[in-house]
Design a protein around this ligand. Structure first.
Ligand code: NAD
Length: 490
């Protein structure tokens, strides 16, 4: 029997009165494992009002006391680590090791947020004029909404939630309706932490639920991670409603392969980046640009690596890659591959329509490698969000960097080389916010910002670390004089 997912509002589990519940299938088996409500506007409204009511007492709770809840959360996440990781694999499809890596990243953000007493300290300048002092303090912004995508259901909520809470805000999290189970489990742990009622809330739903959050007057800050068209919508609508917003969008991540790159290491890293999590990472390498003769080395090496990747149920040992998230996603990716081939690209490894023994109902593709993709064509510019690596050849590093910079996205760009000079030139000139040098998934640690650029990001302050602290606080500057202090003679 599929589990009926609940909302968590004001410190209690509540069954939504939504008219529509969606099925949540395991993408490896097509079996329905849960149903998720599309919570209506009235439920968003109630959650927002209760969360705002909890704000004054929570912000008055001293920061060193607030982080005690996070220490408890960290301990509970460690205790339940395997259960959370398995849940990610079951609802999302990625292999268990990737799911474990994801939960590790989530926990790291909790750990960093435990430094809030120091991270949110202000600045003080004495005697800015005779007897006048000036200082800046950071105060929480109020109630924050955190809207999440399907591809990292365990990690992305934690890019924000621990910082928002530690800074003294109350929160409502809206997970992806396609992968809502792991967060439900995480909220069981948050429930055990004993946060005061209304401080931390979970509301399930889809686009209408999100729009109700964007429009709600009780909400002061909105974070979003998802596709670029929706990120743009979130940024426009929430800022028009006077909220501070950060919206991380989609990606089309180019990697440059130079002929002097270490072949074995580069092949292994690029294969993992392009095909890990079935290409459904916002940091997946999806466009490999070979320089000069690098194609002669890397096309056969990557073809061999792509063909030998084991595809199956991510819970099973020895599997390298699981399914994509839905039948619609599978059909979309296969359609885009066909379109790219019509435009003149060359199919080297064809991963379409595979049959995975024992999982014939799953939404599987195998790794696909396509070369000679035309500049500006479908494979070169579309975020495929599947296990497809497109390749093209250029003559010089300058040409490769120009190609990287011609893209509309700027989430990640990588170079593989043994030349420090080429690497530095690339780092300096590449128009992307996360740079990998002999790294295939340049995911910033929790204490660095997740720095998307261009159409991969709308806003100023990013997820994680000091950016998150700045985002979830507003500065107050005090200029202060006490009569009698400056003319006294000591
Ligand atoms: P999505 O945009 O379809 O959905 C994300 C969230 O937006 C979900 O919670 C969904 O309910 C909501 N939503 C969807 N349509 C909406 C609408 N019309 N109005 C209001 N809300 C709406 O994204 P997804 O498919 O879940 O996630 C994959 C995308 O996320 C990819 O494009 C990927 O690159 C991107 N992503 C980006 C980053 C990053 O850091 N830049 C990280 C992870 C994923």
């Amino acid at each position: 029997m599929a589990e009926k997912l609940l909302n968590y509002v004001n410190g209690e589990w509540r069954e939504s009165k939504a008219g529509t519940y969606l099925n949540v299938p395991n993408p490896a088996t097509n079996q329905v494992i849960a149903t998720v409500p599309l919570s209506p506007v009235e439920e968003v409204d109630e959650a927002a009002r209760l969360a705002l009511a909890a704000f004054p007492a929570w912000r008055r709770t001293p920061a060193p006391a607030r982080i005690q809840y996070l220490f408890k959360l960290k301990a509970l996440m460690e205790e339940n680590f395997e259960d959370l990781a398995r849940s990610i694999t079951i609802e999302n499809g990625k292999v268990l090791d990737d799911a474990r890596g994801e939960m590790r990243r989530a926990i790291e953000n909790v750990e960093v947020a435990c430094g809030i007493p120091m991270l949110m300290m202000g600045d003080f300048a004495e005697d800015v004029a005779r007897g006048v002092d000036e200082y800046m303090i950071r105060q929480p912004v109020g109630l924050a909404a955190i809207i999440c995508p399907f591809n990292f259901p365990g990690m992305i909520p934690f890019w924000y939630l621990p910082y928002a809470l530690a800074c003294g805000n109350t929160v409502i999290v809206k997970p992806s309706e396609r992968c809502p189970i792991t967060l439900q489990k995480a909220f069981r742990l948050l429930d055990q932490c004993g946060f005061p009622k209304g401080v931390v809330n979970l509301v399930n739903g889809g686009a209408d639920t999100v729009n109700a959050l964007l429009d709600h007057p009780a909400i002061s800050a909105v974070t979003f991670v998802g596709s670029t068209p929706v990120a743009r919508h979130i940024y426009a609508r929430a800022s028009a409603n006077g909220k501070r917003v950060q919206a991380q969008g989609g990606a089309k991540n180019p990697i440059i392969l130079l002929p002097d790159a270490d072949v074995a290491l580069t092949t292994s890293i690029v294969t993992d980046s392009a095909f890990g999590n079935a290409g459904q990472r916002c940091l997946a390498a999806s466009l490999a640009i070979t320089v000069a003769d690098a194609d002669k080395i890397f096309v056969p090496a990557l073809a061999e690596a792509a063909s030998s990747r084991v595809v199956g149920n991510g819970l099973e040992q020895g599997v390298h890659m699981g399914p994509v998230i839905s039948p619609q996603s599978k059909a979309r990716i296969e359609g885009l591959i066909a379109k790219g081939l019509d435009e003149g690209a060359e199919l080297v490894v064809d991963g379409r329509n595979p049959s995975i023994h024992g999982y014939e109902e799953g939404y599987f593709l195998r790794p696909t490698l396509i070369t000679d993709i035309p500049v500006g064509g479908t494979i070169a510019k579309t975020e495929l969000f599947g296990p497809v690596l497109g390749m093209m050849r250029v003559e010089t590093v300058e040409d490769a960097i120009a190609l990287v910079n011609s893209g509309e996205y700027g989430n990640m760009a990588c170079v593989f080389t043994s030349s420090g000079a080429a690497a530095r030139k690339f780092r300096y000139e590449a128009d992307a916010g996360n740079i990998g040098i002999n790294i295939g998934v340049a995911a910033p640690m929790a204490f660095f910002p997740f720095s998307g650029w261009k159409n991969s990001f709308f806003g100023t302050l990013h997820a994680q670390g000091k950016h998150a602290v700045e985002f979830f606080t507003q500065t107050k500057v005090v200029v202060e004089r006490w009569l009698g202090t400056w003319e006294r003679k000591f």
